[in-house]
Each structure stands twice: as structure tokens, then as C-alpha cells.
Write a protein that binds this ligand. Structure first.
Ligand code: MG
Length: 248
């Protein structure tokens, strides 16, 4: 069952989304060689709470932090800690917020200082995958249009999309129906309707799409150790077109 949000609910999701956007901007500014991901987590939690939101990830299935910080070959769900970012790294920061019972969820991947040109391209193409997916999120289209937009763009640049983790519906819980895969046929899946809210989150790998989870039970890494990038927005399907709720 895919829930349809009322205008009042969408307003609350706009609030939750705005908090996420502001927090991601704060973190992006702070990312530089030498900073630890624990410090970024601290900035995130303080910013969220100052803005009247609660962290959505902290305590979720026992996750210990406000952000997921996933470095280089780490795809998603990295746990912040004492590791210092260094020049040439890339780091994906994923944040969820709760405002008055409604959730916002977004992620960015940021280059730390100068990175290799092919890594820069990975980040750029992954961001473009998200842009194209959002463009495809229109009333009357199939959910598969979103999935296909991501897969087609990533693969046309020689990258692969992760199968094992997907985007999701979002609203009064972080993960609602439907799953939003980053691969698939445009003619498949439910028809998009006004009031649906989706967290769309392409995860794009330089090498194989295969991933596995580290012994910490959280951090997902690429099977071949090559870099991975991740962008995410929470998006509302509206009669007037897609509305990004996690925009600053
Ligand atoms: Mg998500």
C-alpha cells in the first residue's frame, strides 16, 4: 500500500526536508582534509536539533549516529568515527530527520580536496542520475521510469548501479512502500500519483555492482574495492511535477 499524503502532511515533510538540506550544507562546508567523520556527525546532530528536528537514523535498528558517512569504496551505511578524511577521498553523507512525526532523507557525495578525474566523473554522473530520476517522477508514469533513468545514465558512462540497496517511499516512517530500485524497465511498477513521496537514491559504482557488508554489520562496500557515489533527495509527486522536499 503506497500512502498518499495530504497537503498538510506535505507541509510537514517540507519542514523535515528543509532541515536535512540545511544540515547537509553545513556538513559540506566542513568537509576538508583532516576532519574526522565523528566531527561531521557532531555538526549534523547539533544542527538538526537546533532546527527543531530529531535525527532519524540514530537508534534506527541500533545505528549509532546521526549521519551515515561512507568513504571511497564504502557504498552506504558507513558509521562515523575517528577516521580522518584525506585529500583524494570521496565521502557520501546521508542524513534523515524527523519533524512532528514526518521524515526527510537526503544524501550527497563530496570530494575531499582534489580527486582523480574519473572519480570526479563518478560523482557528477551519479548526481545527474538523481536529476534525471527526479525529472521522470511524474504523475501517470511508472515507478520504473525513475529506475530506468538512473540505470541508463550510469551504464552509458561505464558505471554500474547497486542492486542490493534501493530507494523507498517515505512519510511517517523512514521506509515505506514502494521500494525504488536504481535499475529496471520503464514500463514496470506502480503508476505515480499526486501525494506519493519517494526517497530516490542512486548508488553508482565505478566497477562491479556487487557489494557486501563489513563485520561491523553496517558498512556496505563494493566487492572490487572501487569507489562508489550516492546522492538522494526526498521527492513529492505533484500535479505540477516533481517537488524536491530536501532542497535548501
Ligand atoms: Mg534513504
Amino acid at each position: 500500500m503506497i500512502s498518499i499524503k495530504t497537503e498538510r502532511e506535505l507541509d510537514l515533510m517540507r519542514k523535515a526536508g528543509r532541515v536535512v538540506a540545511i544540515t547537509l550544507q553545513e556538513i559540506e562546508t566542513a568537509i576538508k582534509p583532516g576532519i574526522t567523520t565523528a566531527r561531521l556527525d557532531d555538526i549534523a546532530e547539533r544542527t538538526l536539533r537546533k532546527l527543531g528536528a530529531q535525527p532519524a537514523f540514530k537508534g534506527y535498528n541500533g545505528f549509532p549516529a546521526t549521519i551515515c558517512a561512507s568513504i571511497n569504496e564504502q557504498v552506504v551505511h558507513g558509521i562515523p568515527g575517528a577516521r580522518r578524511l584525506k585529500e583524494g577521498d570521496i565521502v557520501s553523507i546521508d542524513i534523515g530527520s524527523i519533524v512532528e512525526g514526518y521524515f526527510g532523507d537526503a544524501a550527497i557525495t563530496v570530494a575531499v580536496g582534489e580527486v582523480a578525474p574519473e572519480v570526479e566523473e563518478l560523482i557528477r554522473i551519479t548526481r545527474e542520475c538523481l536529476d534525471r530520476a527526479i525529472e521522470a517522477a511524474r504523475v501517470g508514469c511508472h515507478l520504473g521510469n525513475i529506475s530506468h533513468a538512473i540505470q541508463a545514465h550510469a551504464e552509458s558512462h561505464g558505471f554500474s548501479v547497486v542492486r542490493q540497496y534501493v530507494g523507498h517511499g517515505i512519510g511517517t516512517s523512514m521506509h515505506e512502500e514502494p521500494p525504488v530500485p536504481n535499475y529496471g524497465k520503464p514500463t514496470r511498477g506502480p503508476i505515480l500519483q499526486p501525494g506519493m513521496t519517494l526517497a530516490i537514491e542512486p548508488m553508482v559504482n565505478m566497477g562491479t555492482f556487487e557489494v557486501y557488508t563489513l563485520p561491523d554489520h553496517w558498512t556496505v562496500v563494493t566487492r572490487d574495492g572501487k569507489y562508489s557515489a550516492h546522492f538522494e533527495h526526498t521527492v513529492a509527486i505533484t500535479a505540477g511535477g516533481p517537488e524536491i522536499l530536501t532542497k535548501g
